[in-house]
Design a binder for this molecule. Structure first.
Ligand SMILES: O=P(O)(O)OC[C@H]1O[C@H](O)[C@H](O)[C@@H](O)[C@@H]1O
Length: 529
């Protein structure tokens, strides 16, 4: 049954149709003294103020009924039981196991009966220990000054957002470079800057077949060989072994490539959920083993909250239901991420993959069309930069875009005096979206009543960052369950890869039979004539 055929969906549609034009968040505050209390929540490391959103207790109760009718709790149990809920690829989705302490931590009791998890958990810790030991060796190796991560998508965005977010916690002088694009300028500029004797290349690819990563890795290796041409073949092979590491589920392909140090992970780790696996090596090199474990612990605390808190007090669930309310009943097509934190500057890119690759789908788990809208577009820039760019449209444009603010109470170690200005701006923007402006000339008029969520972290430390990312992972899972889609595959990505390969072959054959006129002309202009 599609989500729109549930009785809760019908109730929500009715509720929405009965909401009068003048239903106003400001009015809801005025008439309900408990609004802030009822619509705010402390989850591990993350406080959420949901009160400035366009909903009320009745709407949220109906959304909770929808969650129950869609059997969200059973799906959550299936997720944490390691069932193969990624049905199109016949795989489990056990990223949460990657951050579970060896003794099960806060979820020990909940999962104690599941013996099938014991071996994977042992494997996780064996690899984690090996990964952290390698990270510590690299940290202690003064000869390595530059770490180059070659990977794309989930093998790039997670480590990059984390290394940036935890920059206050970086305790090594090494430089980190992230090469993802197949555009040779990205790799070329990095190679121009590094010294072959002092560089560690990390080839990060779950599949070890992704075209962009493989081409970048081959070019890096060719550069390495050219730079070390004076060595004997044996010495060169030893040098490659010392300076190249692979992070992959495809250890055979990594060995074929000539890489001897490989940290494995498993097919039950989705690429965009892989930050916690060996893919996190650059993060561990940056912040050290202890801090990396703190990041895992923060994520695990959020896992336990997600598993154990009743739906009404469950932050990933409440945020997901708000997403569904906005997408399907209010008709909002996007959400703006406004993290008032330089450290979180890459969070929108990370969330674009996490949310849009997970839930940008049009068929349900059984291959039937989903008859309602699924993933919203996620976009944004860090505050205060966004204020001087697109916030104009958020305040006065004709489309309503819910905004998600993130702010830190403790701003960290740099220029503390700036922090007050930063957070004052965040709060003022949320206030301005809500209250609007009603004096002045017509062009100064801001309608207000524009929704926002405010997430507050004590500070951007490894544990808080881990909890924040796990919060988003579970939120995406919940909305995927409501919509009935498989959040863990990404078949849409395949078509472009197939066609790029086909065009490469056609260029060699000069065969344009059946190719549309525009595509043919573009290939000719770009590559042939
Ligand atoms: O880690 P890899 O196997 O190289 O995959 C890298 C990325 O490319 C794929 O095409 C998917 O769209 C992503 O989900 C994945 O993270």
């Amino acid at each position: 049954m599609g989500c729109d055929q549930t009785s809760a969906w019908q109730s929500l549609a009715l509720l929405r149709s009965q909401q009068t034009q003048d239903w106003d968040i400001r009015g809801a505050f005025a008439s309900d003294a408990r609004r802030l209390t009822d619509f705010s929540l402390q989850a591990p490391h993350v406080f959420a103020d949901l009160s400035k959103n366009a909903w009320d207790a009745q709407a949220e109760a109906a959304l909770m009924a929808l969650a129950r009718e869609r059997r969200l709790e059973s799906w959550r149990t299936a997720l944490f039981a390691g069932e193969a809920i990624n049905t199109s690829e016949h795989r489990a989705a056990m990223h949460w196991l990657l951050r579970m302490p060896a003794n099960g931590g806060e979820l020990a009791a909940a999962l104690s009966g599941n013996t099938a998890l014991q071996q994977p958990l042992r494997d996780v810790h064996q690899t984690l220990d090996a990964m952290l030991a390698l990270a510590e060796r690299v940290r202690g190796d003064a000869l390595i000054t530059d770490v180059v991560n070659i990977g794309i998508g989930g093998s790039h965005l997670g480590p990059e957002v984390a290394v940036n977010a935890l920059e206050d916690w970086v305790t090594t002088g090494k430089r980190f470079h992230f090469v993802s694009n197949v555009d040779g300028h990205e790799l070329g500029h990095v190679l121009d800057k590094v010294d072959v004797r002092h560089t560690l290349f990390i080839v990060a690819s779950k599949s070890f077949t992704t075209a962009e990563t493989m081409l970048n890795a081959r070019s890096a290796r060719a550069w390495f060989m050219a730079q070390t041409a004076a060595l004997s073949a044996e010495e060169q092979a030893q040098a490659v072994a010392r300076h190249f590491v692979a992070l992959t589920t495809n250890t055979v392909a990594a060995a074929d490539f000539g890489i001897h140090t490989t940290l494995p992970f498993w097919d039950w780790v989705g690429g965009r959920y892989s930050l916690w696996s060996a893919i996190g090596l650059p993060v561990a090199i940056a912040v050290g083993a202890e801090r990396f474990r703190e990041m895992l612990a923060g994520a695990h605390a959020m896992d336990a909250h997600f598993v154990q808190a009743p739906l009404e007090q469950n932050l990933p669930v409440r945020l997901a239901l708000l997403d569904v309310w906005y997408r399907n009943f209010m008709g909002y097509g996007s959400r703006c991420m406004a993290a008032y934190s330089h450290g979180l500057r890459r969070l929108p890119a990370y969330l674009q993959q996490l949310e849009m690759e997970s839930n940008g789908k049009s068929v349900d788990r059984d291959g039937r069309p989903v008859r309602v809208q699924t993933s919203a577009v996620v976009w944004g820039e860090p505050g205060t930069n966004g204020q001087h760019a697109f916030f104009q449209m958020l305040h006065q444009g004709q489309d309503v875009v819910p905004v998600e603010f993130i702010a830190l109470r403790d701003g960290g170690k740099h220029l503390g005096a700036h922090h007050r200005s930063l957070v004052v701006n965040a709060v003022a923007q949320a206030q301005a979206l809500l209250m609007g402006r009603h004096d002045g000339r017509p062009e100064q008029h801001c309608p207000g009543n524009r929704p926002s969520t405010f997430l507050l972290l004590e500070r951007l430390d490894p544990a808080s960052f881990g909890a924040l990312v796990a919060l988003y992972e579970h939120r995406v899972f919940c909305s995927g369950v409501i919509w009935g889609i498989n959040s863990f595959d990404q078949w849409g990505v395949e078509l472009g890869k197939l066609l790029a390969k086909d065009l490469q072959d056609r260029i060699a054959r000069k065969d344009w039979q059946g190719v549309d006129a525009s595509t043919t002309a573009l290939v000719r202009q770009l590559l042939l004539d």
